[in-house]
Structure formats: C-alpha cells, structure tokens
Design a protein around this ligand. Structure first.
Ligand SMILES: NC(=O)c1ccc[n+]([C@@H]2O[C@H](COP(=O)([O-])OP(=O)(O)OC[C@H]3O[C@@H](n4cnc5c(N)ncnc54)[C@H](OP(=O)(O)O)[C@@H]3O)[C@@H](O)[C@H]2O)c1
Length: 243
C-alpha cells in the first residue's frame, strides 16, 4: 500500500449502508477496514470486497464492548499508525421503541447505548489515530429523524415517526457532531452528521426509497471531502437539515 493511500474504518460494515460505504470508499482507492461485531459476518463482508479486487481488511468491533473497541484501535495503530476516515455507521432500531408515552425504557436505553454512547466510545478510541492524519474526516450516520426542528414541525414528512429512542439517539449523535467539530476546530479533523435518506435495509424492514448503494453516496462524499471541507454540518441528500 502506498503511504498516500487513505485508511478508513467503517463501523457496522458487514451489511446494509455500511457495506456499501466500504465498497464505494475502496472503489475510490481508500484502504477500508470493515468493522463488524461478528467474526463470520466480518469475514463474509471482507470476502465480498476482496473478490472485487478491492483493498480491505476487517476488525472485530462491537459498539457495546469497550475493551474490544480499544483492542480494535490498537490493532489499527499497530498495522497502520493512523486513520484518515472514520465512518460511524453502526446503529440499531428496536421493535419496542415507539412514542414517548409507550416506548419501552429498556429499548430506549439499548438504542442510546449503541447509537450514541457506543459511537462516542469508538470515536474517542480512534481519535489518537485520526490526529495522525493530515486531513481526517469523521462521518456520523445520523437521520433526519434526529432533527429536533423536524420532529416539532407538523408539515415535515418525519413528524409522524415518533420513535423516542431512535430519534433521541440521532439527536444525541448530532450533539456529538456539533461539540466535537467545535472542540477539534483547530485540528485537521472534520466532523459531520450525514443522513443517508430512507434506505431499503434490514433496519427499515426493506422499506424505503433508496437502495443501499444510493444511500451510501452522501456519507462517502463527506468521507472524501477535500481541503475546503466544512465541519459541524448536518446534511441529507436534499441539502442541509435543520438541527
Ligand atoms: N436505512 C435507513 O433508511 C437509514 C436512515 C437514516 C439513518 N440510517 C442509519 O444508517 C446506519 C446504517 O443503517 P442500515 O440501514 O444500513 O442498517 P442495517 O442494515 O441494520 O445495518 C446496521 C449495521 O450496524 C451493525 N451494528 C448494530 N449494532 C452494532 C453494535 N453493537 N456493534 C457493532 N455493529 C453493530 C450491524 O451489525 P450486525 O449485522 O452484526 O447486526 C450492521 O452491520 C445506522 O446508523 C442507521 O441508523 C439508516
């Protein structure tokens, strides 16, 4: 691998939008590290990339396993010494989530623990490696459902989707984007929240308007932002999203 080859970690890259992000980054010449929590699923995803002649490896990464996250960061440090792109893609929904009057608090806790706390833990663990990059990019896979403004706007198509756990987890993730972008503004690390659109994956029960391939396009664009990169933004395929 050339020293100028960018190195990316994509969490939850064994399927859905994450696998497509991994594929498209690799097709753009990036060396991709497929993060996945299950060894078999990690292997299968890696094989599918390698069989297409793409440059990739996999690392075990479970957002709910703190020591495993640190071990993954250590593996990447030992093998590459830096990270240029972190795509925080892994995320969950829960069938027991719902409106605030009836959602299961345990389900809400699980969702927040994975989508927000787990993502925060991965980001913290990878930051020393991202600081070694000349121009690092962090992409947080958010959702328009995480927009406080749209949740309170009866004219918004997202208004009726009352999932207190999922929506709050993405609002919290957006807070991570805002605060981290501010904290890192004097560094070469750029952080953005990207909503991929409504994408047909396991997470949506294969409902949606876009394929995973289409849904990966905007996250990939933000992972590959050049020297004029913006930081601390919240975007969706139609443009900027209100927080
Ligand atoms: N699909 C949409 O319309 C849509 C819209 C807006 C935002 N998003 C966001 O986009 C991201 C990807 O979603 P998707 O639609 O591609 O969903 P998906 O097909 O269900 O894929 C989710 C990925 O996250 C992984 N994951 C879940 N919990 C994990 C954990 N604790 N540790 C590590 N990996 C974990 C899954 O691994 P396993 O296979 O092991 O479960 C899987 O690889 C999510 O953050 C989602 O919230 C999706």
């Amino acid at each position: 691998m050339s020293v100028s080859t960018r190195i990316a970690l994509v969490t939850g890259a064994n399927k859905g939008i994450g696998l497509e992000i991994a594929r498209q980054l690799a097709q753009a010449g990036v060396f991709v590290i497929v993060g996945a929590r299950d060894p078999g699923r990690a292997d299968e995803a890696l094989k599918s990339l390698l069989s297409q002649g793409l440059a990739a490896q996999s690392v075990l990464l479970d957002l709910n396993n703190s020591s495993g996250i640190l071990a993954a960061a250590e593996t990447i440090r030992a093998e590459h010494g830096r990270l240029d792109i972190l795509v925080n893609n892994a995320g969950i929904v829960d069938a027991k989530d719902g409106p605030p009057t009836s959602s299961s608090p345990d389900a809400v806790r699980r969702i927040l623990d994975t989508n927000f706390v787990g993502t925060l833990a991965v980001t913290q663990a990878m930051l020393p490696l991202l600081r070694q990059s000349a121009a690092a990019r962090i992409v947080n896979l958010s959702s328009s459902l995480g927009s406080l403004t749209l949740n309170g706007d009866p004219a918004s198509p997202y208004y009726a989707a009352r999932l207190i756990g999922y929506n709050a987890s993405k609002a919290a993730l957006n807070m991570l984007t805002v605060q981290l972008a501010e904290e890192l503004k004097e560094t070469a690390i750029v952080v953005n929240s990207v909503s991929p659109g409504y994408v047909k994956t396991d997470l949506t029960g294969h409902n949606g308007f876009m394929t995973a391939e289409e849904g990966a396009k905007l996250p990939v664009k933000y992972a590959l932002l050049g020297d004029d990169a913006v930081s601390g933004k919240f975007v969706e395929p139609n443009g900027e999203t209100p927080w």
